[in-house]
Design a protein around this ligand. Structure first.
Ligand SMILES: Cc1cc2nc3c(=O)[nH]c(=O)nc-3n(C[C@H](O)[C@H](O)[C@H](O)COP(=O)(O)OP(=O)(O)OC[C@H]3O[C@@H](n4cnc5c(N)ncnc54)[C@H](O)[C@@H]3O)c2cc1C
Length: 411
């Protein structure tokens, strides 16, 4: 990949005594593109988002957990630091978004219960507890009875749990709706079109809007034919999830993101508020989570399948997810199955997103958020504002640099 360098843009370009606002085009209107657009508008830029299916990618399938400690794994300290920093931005991000959009943005702060279904699964819990304790995270080990006092609907056969009290969740579809309204209220434009960056004489000058090739979809450039117009911009941000790889490849830039399939269900129990906490568990060696939504629905997820851009919902995955959910909360066998859906996580080789300058002047990338794009949206948007306007990005986003892949390639 071309060596990255910071852009030298400023919020207002002063040319011939006339002050104009920085024009930014964002390719992709998932949680990342929309969050960047909103924050750039708040920073005084003119913004156009282009996406033929706004918030229809991984964002539409996401469970919305803001759970840096539960997601932590050994050897992923930079991700834990970034996730923690981003999670701490969520309360003000949600409040400002609700104020800007006039719509609710519910940040549920009930915490996570990390469960073990049997004594073997307890080993997994013990390992997670050791990792979190090493990083001085607030975590409490609870026996089965204390766990059920917190969540009476849980199976009496559960062995125990970890309580991670400071974790939260949002409904990504609700957040995306609020972002679209907030963007419109701030004068931003959202165009329903696939696009690719337009580069001339080594600098990005905007985007080409493309015609869609019907059912082939908009994944990268493969499904597109013909240019239907251009949108000029001082800075272009590629935020097209896993399809960013194809956009970048068209310019000779390596952005290594692959689609990682996740299947997820939505259940509607007959009783309201069956669960209060996010419930995560290892059920006989298989990970599952249950995320309660404000209206009483429960999201059950998710598979993690490295099978390319496949959107099929499979009988086996639905079976396993339902089996594990009912094993944890028996009364869910009576719940209505209201949705089964697939999303394609934009996964990178080191599980960190790729955010920053691309080496082409005026072209920025913000993609590759894997299983954490909702969690990492506030930090990513702050970093992108800095990259666009030429200020110092938050240091917790340093590890997101696109340069790390350039270094590996040269080595
Ligand atoms: C089952 C599942 C559960 C998840 N749960 C969580 C969770 O609990 N917490 C969490 O933090 N994360 C979660 N994630 C991950 C999260 O959904 C992603 O990391 C996040 O959505 C990535 O956002 P994005 O905007 O980069 O990509 P996407 O949401 O995929 O958006 C990309 C957008 O780009 C558009 N696009 C593509 N090509 C083009 C083009 N050429 N021109 C214009 N537009 C284009 C697409 O239409 C799409 O709207 C989950 C993901 C899945 C699949």
């Amino acid at each position: 990949m071309t060596a990255a360098r910071p852009t030298d843009r400023r919020p207002a370009l002063v040319e011939s005594g006339v002050s104009t606002r920085v024009r930014v085009a964002i390719i992709g209107g998932g949680i990342i593109g929309l969050a960047c657009a909103w924050q750039l508008l708040r920073s005084g830029c003119n913004v156009t988002v282009l996406d033929p299916d706004v918030a229809g990618g991984a964002t539409h399938a996401a469970a919305g957990m803001i759970t840096p400690s539960s997601e932590a794994t050994f050897g992923q300290e930079p991700l834990l630091a970034a996730s923690t920093a981003s999670a701490s931005r969520w309360p003000s991000f949600a409040a400002a978004l609700a104020a800007d959009s006039g719509l609710p943005v519910d940040l549920r702060r009930a915490g996570t219960l990390f469960l073990a279904a049997d004594h073997d699964d307890e080993q997994v819990l013990a390992r997670q507890a050791r990792l979190l304790e090493r990083h001085h995270r607030a975590v409490e080990r609870l026996p089965g009875r204390a766990t059920r006092r917190l969540e009476p609907a849980l199976s009496p056969r559960l062995a125990g749990s970890l309580l991670i009290a400071d974790e939260s969740s949002v409904d990504p579809r609700q957040v995306a709706r609020a972002l679209r309204v907030a963007i419109a209220r701030r004068g931003g434009e959202v165009l329903s079109a696939p696009a690719r960056p337009l580069v001339r004489d080594g600098r990005s000058i905007g985007v080409e809007r493309l015609e869609e090739r019907g059912a082939a979809g908009h994944a990268g450039s493969a499904g597109h034919i013909g240019q239907v117009g251009t949108t000029g911009a001082d800075v272009t941000v590629m935020a097209a999830g896993w399809a960013t790889t194809a956009l970048a490849a068209g310019l000779g830039i390596t952005v290594p993101i692959r689609p990682l399939k996740g299947q997820v269900l939505r259940l509607r129990p007959s009783a309201p508020d069956v669960l209060r906490h996010i419930v995560r568990a290892c059920v006989h060696g298989r990970f599952v989570y249950l995320v309660p939504r404000p209206g009483g629905e429960i999201v059950v997820g998710a598979t993690s399948e490295d099978v390319g851009p496949d959107s099929t919902v499979t009988a086996g995955a639905v079976h396993d997810l339902l089996h594990d959910a009912i094993e944890l909360v028996p009364e869910l066998s009576e719940a209505a199955l209201v949705e089964s859906i697939t999303g394609l996580r934009p996964a990178t080789p080191d599980n960190l997103p790729i955010v920053g300058a691309t080496g082409i002047d005026g072209l920025v990338v913000a993609a590759g958020h894997g299983r954490d794009g909702i969690l990492l949206a506030p930090l990513t948007a702050a970093a992108v504002v800095s990259h666009v306007l030429g200020s110092a990005p938050p240091e917790q986003a340093d590890a997101f640099t696109p340069e790390r892949f350039a270094v590996k390639e040269r080595a």
